[in-house]
Design a protein around this ligand. Structure first.
Ligand code: ME8
Length: 652
């Protein structure tokens, strides 16, 4: 059986999981399911990227040791993938000692081949990407993210690999995909490569270098190696091992912002270590929300679990794969997601499934009839065969949206076929010719549905399994082979399953509201996850220094709460009407309802950030933020003022 091995990036633990992470992991899970249904022995690896300065900083902000902090956040990622039903075979943490074995082994091989040297380097450094950048890149980056670093480091001789890398992209055009990303990578390499700093002596939270334990590996040399350590490289990598069976990997699936690390650094490291290269790096686009790429700093983040709780895993998966053209950026919207769910899942395949099963129950004693003789098959058998071929080909190219369109064309044709043949009239007509026609019509309908169901199993696994059972099929639909799917596989006489709504229709407005509500709660829970309980020792303030001008940008005012009420169905949110001396009081939503009741709030003088960009929560614009401290108990403690504090006075 051919093997197939795919990875997602390993996610940083300095942010809790959001839908951008879920997107890549869902797509990777879908690809794995497709490959398995094409007969491959398919594996998926993911994990968490836990070393580095940012994590050290986040851990200390949470009052935890880096290991404790990363244990907690890494577990949140793992739990998220479980709850979304994603079938990850390997989850590798960079803080796992087994991972260190792999990093050291690659390093030693690179060293033995002369690709590593110790030197001093001064350069512009991007704090967000944790990488040295060119002057040009520094100029176009957020200036706050750029700093100058001089250090004695170990360097990887990346500059020596320019020709070999270009040869790789030329000889294997599929190595970086899609083509736009390949061109970008090639232009970057053609422009000349700088050597790469791969160690730090100023950092403790990392893997010590085997030859110089004062240094720890820095970021990409460490992180990229996970794809190999996950399958045992450096630990059990001899004959018969997972490593031997699965490496080289077939696809690294990544977001487009990290394509360079995967398509330039990584193959260069492996070339230097004389190890087999990945077969492909596939870089997808970004989910855009509220006008930008989601980011913790911008606060424009959406989480996957609140969505799953309202539209189910299939609703989320279907939307991401159907609505967003894979490879391109795509806007995320709760409303578009729900509308899509209703149109294609509830009214589309869900409705066809319940119509089909109820007609089989009513007219055929709950059994699949024979399709002998009888009626015109409405072109369904050849259309189904074409769809099978096309969907498989499109799936292989990761053109998910088009593949789904193809399957929906079969579903639409089947709906039309029912309307044209009116089984209800044939059933009433009580003659043998009508009976034959009725049975043939229902057979063709059920068979088209079965084929669509198998084709869709990688994308909407839960609903596909329900439809499978509704059609009386045994076992798991996921065990079916896409490439062996043919018209006519439905056996006459099969007893169909009990009827059930596969995808109940949703009220769009209410569903969006529930998702936003759950989102606000998830946000508060995740803030707690990241914030944690401070350890009892003295805290160290190690946030970067700012200029007075930076502070002056934040306009904080004394306000008084004029009215307060709980936000319906939310445990955490209070809606406040806050007077900061403007003509009209503002509406501010605050996640404090578990600590403060509405009555306690009215008349209270509080500190409000008055120039924060308004944020929509639960369909309402929140026009400010209250200042509160989170102490050991994890609860918010409001900063407040005595009654004589003048309303509207500026803090600072
Ligand atoms: O970059 N849209 O980790 P990370 C689509 N640790 N995908 C998104 C997204 C969005 N808005 N936001 C995040 C790292 N992603 C490194 C990787 S790999 C050896 C080390 C997804 O936590 C996308 O896959 O910042 C992106 O590449 C990844 O999350 C970045 O995750």
């Amino acid at each position: 059986m051919p093997k197939f091995y795919i990875s997602t990036p390993i996610y940083y633990v300095n942010a809790a999981p959001h839908i951008g992470h879920a997107y890549t992991t869902i797509v990777a899970d879908t690809i794995k399911r497709i490959r398995r249904m094409l007969g491959d022995d398919a594996y998926l690896t993911t994990g968490s990227d836990e070393h580095g300065q940012k994590v050290e900083r986040s851990a200390s902000a949470a009052g935890l040791e880096p290991q404790q902090f990363t244990d907690r956040v890494s577990q949140a990622f793992r739990a998220e993938w479980d709850e979304l039903g994603l079938e990850c075979d390997f989850f590798r943490r960079t803080s796992d000692p087994r991972h260190a074995l792999a990093v050291r082994k690659i390093f030693e091989r690179c060293m033995a081949n002369g690709a590593i040297y110790k030197g001093t380097y001064t350069g512009k450094y991007h704090l967000g990407d944790e990488a040295f950048v060119t002057d040009e890149e520094a100029a176009s980056a957020d200036p706050e993210m750029i700093t100058t670093v001089t250090e004695e480091n170990y360097f990887f001789r990346l500059s020596a690999f320019q020709d070999k890398l270009l040869e790789l992209y030329e000889s294997q055009p599929e190595f970086v995909q899609p083509d736009a990303r390949r061109n970008e990578v090639m232009a970057f390499v053609r422009a000349g490569l700088n050597d790469l700093s791969i160690s730090r002596s100023t950092l403790r939270w990392g893997i010590p270098l085997p030859n110089d334990p004062e240094h720890v590996f820095y970021v990409w040399f460490d992180a990229l190696t996970t794809y190999m350590s996950a399958v045992g490289f450096g630990e059990h990598d001899g004959p018969g091992s997972d490593y031997e069976r699965l490496w080289p990997i077939d696809v690294h699936l990544v977001g487009k912002e990290i394509v360079r690390f995967h398509a330039v650094y990584w193959p260069a490291f492996l070339m230097a270590a004389e190890l087999p290269l990945p077969k492909q790096v596939w870089a997808h686009g970004w989910l855009i929300f509220q006008g930008g790429k989601m980011s913790k700093t911008k606060g424009n983040i959406v989480r996957a679990l609140p969505i799953k709780r309202v539209v189910g895993v299939d609703g989320l998966r279907y939307y991401l794969l159907r609505e967003i053209v894979f490879g391109q950026d795509g806007n995320f919207s709760h409303e578009a997601l729900t509308v899509r769910y209703n149109a294609d899942l509830a009214n589309g395949i869900g409705n066809l499934a319940s119509r089909t099963s109820s007609m089989l129950a009513r007219y055929c004693d709950g059994k699949v009839p024979e399709a002998v003789g009888g009626t015109d098959s409405g072109g369904l058998p050849p259309l189904a065969e074409i769809c099978i071929g096309e969907a498989i080909e499109l799936y292989r190219k990761f053109a998910f949206s088009k593949a789904l369109e193809t399957v929906w064309s079969l579903l639409a044709r089947t709906d039309k076929y029912i309307v044209e043949h009116k089984p209800w009239e044939l059933a009433r007509a009580d003659d043998s010719d009508s009976r034959i026609q009725l049975e043939a019509t229902l057979y063709n309908t059920a068979e088209a549905l079965r084929i669509a169901c198998v084709l869709l199993a990688p994308v909407i696994p839960a609903g596909a399994q329900r439809i499978w059972e509704l059609l009386g099929q045994s076992g798991a639909v996921a065990e079916q082979r896409l490439d062996q799917l043919r018209w006519g596989g439905l056996a006459p006489g099969t007893a169909v399953g009990a009827q059930a709504a596969v995808y109940p229709r949703l009220d769009v407005a209410k569903s969006v509201e529930s998702m936003e509500e759950l989102e606000a709660e998830a946000l508060a829970e995740q803030a707690q996850l990241m914030g944690g309980t401070p350890a009892p020792q003295a805290i160290a303030i190690d946030t970067p220094e700012i200029e007075i001008g930076d502070f002056a940008k934040v306009d904080m005012r004394v306000g008084v709460v004029r009215a307060a009420e709980r936000v319906k169905k939310s445990r955490k949110l209070l809606q406040l009407s806050v007077d900061i001396g403007e003509a009209e009081p503002r509406t501010v939503l605050a996640g404090i309802a578990e600590k403060y009741g509405p009555d306690e709030m009215v008349g209270r003088r509080i500190a409000v950030v008055a120039n924060l960009k308004p944020r929509k929560m639960m369909g309402q614009l929140s026009q400010g933020m209250l200042i509160a401290a989170t102490l050991q108990d994890g609860e918010p403690h409001l900063a407040d003022f005595p009654a004589e504090a003048p309303i509207g006075a500026r803090l600072g």
